[in-house]
Design a protein around this ligand. Structure first.
Ligand SMILES: Cc1cc2nc3c(=O)[nH]c(=O)nc-3n(C[C@H](O)[C@H](O)[C@H](O)COP(=O)(O)O)c2cc1C
Length: 134
């Protein structure tokens, strides 16, 4: 599928076949794509919580306006981000980069985020609705 076709064909699906189970290999392939999403400074500070316990899914549904897709979709992922990741030893992100790059980026990430909670929030990963006909 071409990118322009994919963009036009994408839809937020509200109703799922609750009997359908996505093959594990498909789930893994989707996750391999999801983690290619860009992040500021490439710090990849996302956390994908895969909710598999039916009771937990029911509890999440209850606080999600009782939307059926929360329990009926084959998979439920809660997408979180660590808004303090940038301050936890940021030098770890660039250990394989040339020294001059490290010397530039480590202070830069402090300048960028330090004392600026609105920048931290603004640089969070974007919520994206990814629905494929699987
Ligand atoms: C941030 C965000 C939150 C959304 N929340 C819900 C939601 O709680 N329930 C739902 O059924 N759809 C939700 N949607 C999907 C939108 O309703 C849907 O994308 C919009 O109506 C356009 O339809 P389309 O994505 O099929 O083109 C959400 C979309 C976004 C971007």
């Amino acid at each position: 599928m071409q990118v322009n076709e994919a963009v036009r064909a994408r839809r937020a699906i509200k109703w799922y076949d609750p009997e359908h189970k996505m093959p594990e290999a498909t789930f893994e392939a989707l996750m391999e794509h999801a983690i290619l999403s860009p992040t500021a400074f490439n710090i990849q500070n996302w956390r994908f919580v895969r909710v598999t316990d039916p009771k937990q899914r029911q509890a999440i549904r209850a606080v999600a306006w009782d939307q059926a897709q929360v329990t009926e979709a084959s998979e439920l992922l809660v997408l979180c981000f660590d808004n303090r990741a940038w301050s936890h030893a940021p030098e770890r992100y660039w250990v394989h980069a040339p020294q001059e790059v490290q010397d530039m980026l480590v202070p830069a990430i402090n300048d960028y985020y330090g004392g600026k909670p609105q920048v931290v929030r603004g640089s969070s990963i974007c919520p994206r609705t990814m629905t494929l006909p699987l």
